[in-house]
Design a protein around this ligand. Structure first.
Ligand SMILES: C[S@@+](CC[C@H](N)C(=O)[O-])C[C@H]1O[C@@H](n2cnc3c(N)ncnc32)[C@H](O)[C@@H]1O
Length: 349
């Protein structure tokens, strides 16, 4: 099935895509969002597309061939975001998009094992060079480790029972074997949700270290965004969305000391402004047209200028050089204003 980009208009709008802008699509997939970004950033726009799945990079290359001159595609994990942008001299950027999770191509692939609806080996790796497969976890991890993965990454209430059954039934080699085992362990499930959904989510997260990857990438995203650049994240389950929400909330405040600390000791400085407190969700019309969009949540924030840290470094250099400026508060304040104004100009793209 062709991958239908989710919350497409909302994402382009939240990125504030402008002609001549420089954008990173950190999860380029088959290029649906990327095409819209390239379309809206013409003339002169550029896009760096990243995906850990070599098949996605091939698909994006094909679907975006008309934009070849404005495009660079890189097969890598987005936890290497900053290095990738530095390697390709792609800094600072006007916007970064993360559209997390899986593409329809990956779900439908008969070799990958991401879906319990397609009979396939228990693999679930995004890139074939990754060492651990879902089969390794299912067949080699201890019952306690398995239970903890299902509980933490799947929020599975029956984690203990499923882990116990898996260990008793080893070896399990295919998606359907595992899905059937989970169904017999916990019953048929309610509504449209298959009882193995949480187990498959948990395994995929563990195999690809998805939550760590996301945390690392968000930190780097802030570092490569220029002043007023936009960070837009579409997530598909509560664990991812919680990480994104907490990250943006934390980066939007100047002090993160616990409430009982009256005088700030953390020296934390806000780097982002949240564009909206609420998440954007797909409309009922989009969910009807594309049921895979139903759990999508979009959050967006804008980079603000932070130059205080480098100003502190600058003062230390002056002090180290024997300058007396740093002892005079009035002069320091004047210097600070000039310094911050200059830094903001440098960040502005
Ligand atoms: C929902 S799809 C993106 C679809 C894309 N926006 C489109 O319109 O075609 C998510 C993509 O992110 C990729 N991905 C997920 N985690 C990744 C990571 N840590 N590093 C790089 N790519 C990742 C997946 O391989 C997949 O192709």
């Amino acid at each position: 099935m062709r991958h239908e980009p989710v919350l497409l208009e909302e994402a382009v709008q939240a990125l504030a895509v402008q002609p001549g802008g420089r954008y990173v699509d950190a999860t380029v997939g088959s290029g649906g969002h990327a095409a819209a970004i390239l379309e809206n950033s013409a003339p002169g726009g550029q896009l760096l597309g990243i995906d850990a799945d070599p098949g996605a990079i091939t698909a994006a290359g094909e679907s975006l061939k008309d934009y070849r001159d404005s495009l660079r595609l890189v097969c890598d994990h987005f936890s290497n975001l900053k290095d990738i942008c530095m390697r390709y001299d792609f800094l600072p950027v006007h916007g970064i998009l993360f559209d997390l999770g899986l593409s329809s191509m990956q779900l439908d692939d008969r070799e990958r094992g991401f879906s319990f609806q397609v009979d396939a080996p228990l693999d679930m790796r995004r890139h074939p060079d990754q060492e651990i497969t879902a089969a390794d976890i299912i067949n080699r991890y201890s019952e306690a480790e398995l239970e903890s993965i299902l509980r933490e990454y799947g929020e599975e209430p029956s984690s203990r029972r499923i882990a116990h059954r898996v260990v008793a039934a080893r070896p399990l080699n295919t998606t359907i074997e595992l899905a059937n085992l989970v169904e017999t362990a916990v019953g048929p499930g309610r509504g449209h949700i298959h009882p193995a959904t949480r187990t498959f989510q948990a395994l995929r997260i563990a195999v690809n270290r998805e939550l760590e990857q996301l945390e690392q990438a968000l930190k780097q995203a802030v570092e490569i965004l220029g002043f007023e650049g936009r960070l837009v994240v579409i997530s598909y389950h509560s664990l991812e969305d919680r990480i994104v929400k907490r990250f943006m909330q934390r980066e939007a405040v100047d002090c993160i000391c616990p409430p009982q600390v009256l005088d700030c000791v953390c020296q934390h400085q806000a780097t982002l402004r949240m564009l909206s407190r609420k998440v954007s969700k797909p409309s009922p019309f989009e969910v009807k047209r594309n049921p895979r969009s139903r759990s999508a949540r979009l959050r967006a924030a804008e980079r603000i200028a932070v130059a205080e840290e480098s100003f502190a470094d600058y003062l230390n250099i002056l002090a180290g050089n024997g300058s007396r400026v740093w002892r005079k508060p009035v002069l320091i304040e004047k210097l600070r204003q000039t310094f911050l104004a200059l830094e903001v100009t440098n960040l502005r793209m």
